[in-house]
Design a protein around this ligand. Structure first.
Ligand code: PMP
Length: 348
């Protein structure tokens, strides 16, 4: 007799190949550090903030997000990272056995969250130019269609026209994951969450806002959708400290966040040119990372780790093959990555 569910036997915990490295360009976090206001809150926190529960359903954090996103607090739900928000959305808005549609490749946790909630992953290949296959996504009949914009791991932008066509024809909800929106030239799609009853947009404090260790994410949508998601969420999803630091960052450090994002974008394009000089072609990126299709990427990443530089390698991505994904940050780190990559590339 085993305690394992037969349906889960092949599921394994998320453990990207990584090693503690001097330079970590593997997880697309803010390599410039944390917002000064959040650091102040952390340093000034007293022991009292630890012994009691925070307020249930994080009303203070919702107010700060609402101001940032230009909505009312009833249009906001929050969670333990946007991972948790996505998980709650799938659980809240689909019945067991239903399909969840998403492009392939996209954020690797989406099919996992679908399966652990008793749902059926319905991957639809990205088109050759990495754009959305709107017809293919709609053809799944899924009541929740997930779109990552900009997409991880490709970094590619999602066009407004394709998203609007999808939203207009979707039989249910379009869940737009904007973990990287602050780096996007489009500025994101929060306006769709404000104006369309069937759109939820998730964002995170983990990337541009530099608070990945605090595990805070949020979603914006109609009050009706948000109320459904909150039923799946549970009352106490944040550590009080994480909530207080996120409120400070959203209220005081948006200019800090924008300045770091601008530098990351400039460095991304400089890094792309340097890669080109090495004969490598990164995909166009609207995020804080570049995806570089490269045969044998797993071996190259392993050699780079030996030299103290961690990047993320993918094997056999749909339509793209093997690839390295490199987060962008301060230029000196990228210089180290370039030097390690140059050494690690196989001589042809
Ligand atoms: N969505 C995407 C596209 C991501 O890349 C990530 C982080 N890897 C997440 C969501 C989850 O981030 P978090 O839970 O830290 O908010």
């Amino acid at each position: 007799m085993t305690a394992a569910k037969a349906e889960w036997r092949d599921l394994t915990p998320y453990r990207p190949t990584t090693r503690i490295c001097r330079v970590n360009l593997g997880d697309n976090t803010n390599l410039f550090g944390m917002p000064p206001s959040a650091e102040r809150v952390l340093r000034e926190a007293g022991v009292d903030s630890v012994a009691r529960y925070p307020e249930s359903y994080a009303p203070g954090l919702k107010r700060a997000v609402a101001t940032y996103a230009g909505v009312a607090p009833e249009n906001v739900t929050t969670g333990c990272g946007s991972d948790d928000v996505i998980d709650s959305v799938l659980r809240a808005l689909s019945a067991p056995g239903e399909a969840v549609a998403f492009s392939d490749p996209t954020f690797v946790m989406v099919p996992v969250f679908a399966r652990v909630n008793g749902l059926r992953p319905a991957p639809v290949p990205l088109r050759a130019d990495c754009s959305l296959d709107v017809t293919g996504l709609l053809a799944t009949g899924a009541r929740v269609i997930y779109v990552c914009a900009p997409n991880n791991p490709t970094g590619t932008a999602v066009s407004r026209a394709s998203l609007e066509a999808l939203v207009a024809q979707a039989p249910g909800v379009v869940l737009i994951d904007e973990a990287y929106a602050e780096f996007s030239s489009s500025g994101g799609f929060l306006d769709l969450a404000r104006s369309c009853h069937n759109v939820l947009v998730t964002r995170t404090m983990s990337k541009a806002f530099g608070l990945a260790g605090m595990r805070v994410g949020w979603a914006v949508g109609s009050a009706e959708l948000v109320a459904e998601v909150e039923k799946a969420r549970g009352p106490y999803k944040h550590a009080a400290m994480a909530e207080a630091m996120s409120i400070a960052a959203l209220s005081e450090d948006v200019p800090w966040m924008r300045a770091q994002a601008e530098t990351a974008i400039a460095n991304r394009e400089r890094f792309r040119e340097a890669l080109q000089g090495m004969g490598l072609r990164a995909l166009d990126s609207d995020a804080n990372f570049l995806l570089v299709p490269l045969r044998g990427a797993m071996r190259v990443a392993e050699r780079m780790r030996d030299m103290g530089v961690n990047v993320r390698a993918f094997q056999g991505l749909a339509g793209l093959g093997d690839a390295l994904r490199v987060s962008v940050g301060p230029w000196p780190l990228l210089e180290e990555a370039l030097a390690a990559l140059r050494e690690a590339l196989p001589c042809e």
